[in-house]
Unconditional design. Sequence first.
Lengths: 392, 263
Amino acid sequence: MRAVTESTPPTYRLTEEQALLRDAVRILADERVAPRAAEIDRTGEFPQDLRELLAQQDILALPFPEAYGGLGGELLSLCLAIEQLSRACATTGLIVAVQELGSLPLLIAGSPEQQERWIPDLASGRKLIAFALTEAEAGSDVAAIRTTAVRDDDDYVLTGSKRFISHGSVADLISVFAVTDPGADRHARMSCFLVEVPTDGFSVARLEHKMGLRGSPTAELVFDRIRVPAANRIGDEGAGFDIAMRTFERSRPGIAAQAVGIAQGALEAATAYASDRRQFGKRIGDLQMVAAMLADMDAATEAARQLLYKACVEIDAGSPDAGRWSAMCKLVAGDAAMRVTTDAVQVLGGYGYIDEFPVERMMRDAKITQLYEGTQQIQRLVVARALLGRDG
Amino acid sequence: MRIVVLTKPVPDPASGAERLGPDGRLDRAASPSVVNGNDEFALEAALKLIEAAGEGEVALLSMAPASAPETLRKALAMGATRGVLVTDPALEGSCAVSTAKVLAAALREMEFDLALAGVDASDGVGGSVPSAIAAHLGLPYLSYASKIEPDMASRTVRVRRISPTGYDLLEAPMPALIGCTQSLGEPRYPSLKGIMAARGKEIVTRSLADLGVDAATVGGAVATTRVLESHPPTARAATEVVRGTPDEGADRILAFLSERRVI
């Protein structure tokens, strides 16, 4: 007698479990998320109903350890879920991606007590978490942040502001990066804190009106001498930069997954249109210029997808090149999403420009995947550095 | 309540890749394998019964090649508790008679109140194995079920059997074997929790020797049926698909029929 239900080792095909998972989320996305996508974009309202659906379906629980109520899923499983959701609605896919992003400092560097304290609520979806690193004067130049955290007895006092924080206005917990040692070397100046909100001195100063991802609240956060218990510091003082970099290694694939999903959604919409629309006596998909565009769109999406899946497997396997894999998959997927959605609008012609069809929204949504979680230029720096090594 | 669901891995009908090998038998390696559709309906019925009872277990029983556990994963993810897989190289090419004999031998070793099976499988479409198993084991066989109502207190089960004029109401003592139809209700899609939980569920394998079945009495060499010829269905004439709004569709259909002077 033997148990034969262990997962098989990673191959170039998804395991049965991964395929089941992907299909489960795809069905949910088609039935419950897709019908809401246009309205979410039009009203710009955060879809609380879909947040609750994701919690109830255990999708938010995917990346968290089973010991704390999570499903213990691999990075690839999480990305499969984000991809399928983003195919229908990029805002909804982002809910899962940001919940992971915000939690990663805790998962990477939190103490067992901290993990036990906060992860159950995050895995269950009872609480949302955001990731607050970027500032008005510190985007790509992460080390240049100016928010300070000054030790005062058993607390730290945080002063400063953060810009472009996804879910900043709906989160209950925020991973905040602040300078604890201004005199230290660039990469040893900052620390990471888990801030529970609301709290005295914390406010949301503004919500951005964005080109796309309009249902996702992007906030400017102000910390006016807020007090954070020292027990809420994640990792050692000065470890913040390192925690941020290790976070990105695991979070960038999530954005790549969002990008691949957006591209796939656009490809499907364009293909359906090209199959139905007739001009010059035939369906436009049979006109070679249109066929060529669709073929290139499919190839670009598939290439981005396969690179993403491979990157997830490598990162989970502890590859020393995790940074390279992570940057590369995000770079390729973001560019693919922008190209595929732009071409999708082109295939639909005039109809692609109006909101009766989803491709204009998908094109607006795709752009952010080239900007956040490290611009494409930053991703290129990471890949080049991995290729060349440092000078001397 | 203990329920056994007979589940048969079959080539995925949705893949369109079903094909015959050179001996006229199904080439099982040619397309991906899924659990037979009717068996999923049977499994759904079983899961609903134990949920309603608030207790119980659903075990899967399959006779299949050794690669079957991956195919059974979805059934475990839906909520089955465990599986029993009868697998043996000597079983290759078995006909319905051998299959029924082997499954009966396996079922004889299991404890159950109800055994459920889809009325037929999408590959062979024979529909004879469930009743043959019941005959081997001396079990009441209630076929073409559209509703199943067990009563554990009296250890009886009532079944609605679909008939050409409506349905018959049957009652039998447990244990009983029930042939399940799609009228029992759409199978659930596994939840994420179920999919991840399937990792920890056990599928136990049994060989012919384990079951005390003589390998010479089963398998392709002694199959009671032989495929003589097969033909693909004749191609259909060109079809037009009418799309658009109901009004547009109605206009097009009227035009189509009047062009052909039907109306």
